[in-house]
Write a protein that binds this ligand. Structure first.
Ligand code: 13P
Length: 293
């Protein structure tokens, strides 16, 4: 069943948990995210990033996400991630997306505010909640600029500016930068919980962690206790699925070097691995101690 971004984050707030927001640029990933949410008995966000359009275009994956979310027994928000072009956002809203992120973090502050206001006005015409970003993760969600062994404090979200930004834009939830990065971590992530707590004190809206894969369970919990209500998760799940596909090739070839490896053998293995990973992530984010990985 489809719900909007505001409502799904309100559930997270009530339960001191975070909703997993999985980027799903393939049919296997969409199915795996929904099946994992149903298995775990928790809500989920299906996200398509504008930067993933080369993997699968919005026109193809968007209606698929909406159709499969509608018939899922889980509560599902269908969300547009890191959108930099308002025309692209309108297309997603017209397809039935119930969440959207305008990402003006690479723009000067004033331009970010102005475009976020436009996005907010657009979302009001639809049943859609809006996420905006202040500060920057330093790298993009599609892997561009992977110098991510650390994130400079200079691009952390400024807690005082966050309060103004929320008031001036009319956003529903805020993506903030406090030490996570997109992509594979080259070292241990160093999160600034102090920055996060300061943002939380000034920002009375749900907060979002980007660069959320590759973080330890302990840090997820601390971040959730400090107000993170949505965690974006992509890279590590995609890596595990890639490894599962590689294992299929290796095991076929180890028994018979001439064996054919069919595409469906690889997609099935990737799907199974994604379900396993996503279900364990959802359990950690929902603080399901008994089942948490
Ligand atoms: P990861 O690259 O850490 O999975 O983060 C994904 C993300 O934040 C997408 O918006």
């Amino acid at each position: 069943m489809i719900v909007n971004l505001r409502d799904i984050c309100a559930i997270a707030e009530q339960n001191n948990m975070a909703i997993a927001s999985f980027n799903v640029p393939s049919l296997e990933a969409v199915r795996a995210a929904l099946d994992a949410a149903e298995q775990a008995g928790q809500p989920v966000i299906l996200a398509h990033a504008e930067g993933h359009d080369p993997f699968v275009p919005l026109d193809v994956i968007g209606p698929t996400m909406v159709a499969l979310a509608e018939r899922s027994s889980a509560l599902v928000c269908v969300h547009l991630d890191h959108c930099e072009h308002l025309g692209y956002m309108r297309r997603a809203l017209e397809m039935g997306f119930t969440g959207a992120m305008y990402d003006g973090s690479m723009e000067p502050y004033e331009v970010n505010v102005e475009n976020s206001q436009r996005a907010a006005a657009m979302c009001q015409g639809f049943d859609c909640g809006l996420e905006c970003e202040l500060g920057s993760m330093g790298t993009r969600e599609n892997g561009v600029g992977h110098e991510n062994d650390h994130v400079s404090e200079a691009i952390y979200t400024n807690p005082d500016q966050a309060a103004d930004f929320i008031r001036d834009t009319g956003l529903d939830i805020l993506a903030c930068s406090f030490g996570t990065v997109h992509g594979i971590y080259k070292g241990e992530p160093h999160l600034s919980f102090d920055v996060l707590e300061q943002i939380r004190k000034r920002a009375h809206v749900p907060l979002v962690m980007h660069g959320g894969s590759g973080v330890s369970d302990g840090d997820y919990r601390r971040a959730i206790d400090a107000g993170i209500r949505k965690i974006n998760y992509y890279t590590y799940g995609a890596k595990y699925a890639g490894e599962a596909a590689q294992d299929v090739i290796a095991s076929f070839k180890s028994t018979n070097s001439d064996a054919n490896v069919y595409w469906h053998d690889m997609t099935m293995a990737a799907y199974d691995r994604l379900v396993e990973d996503f279900a364990s992530v959802i359990r950690v984010f929902s603080n399901d101690g008994e089942n948490a990985a």
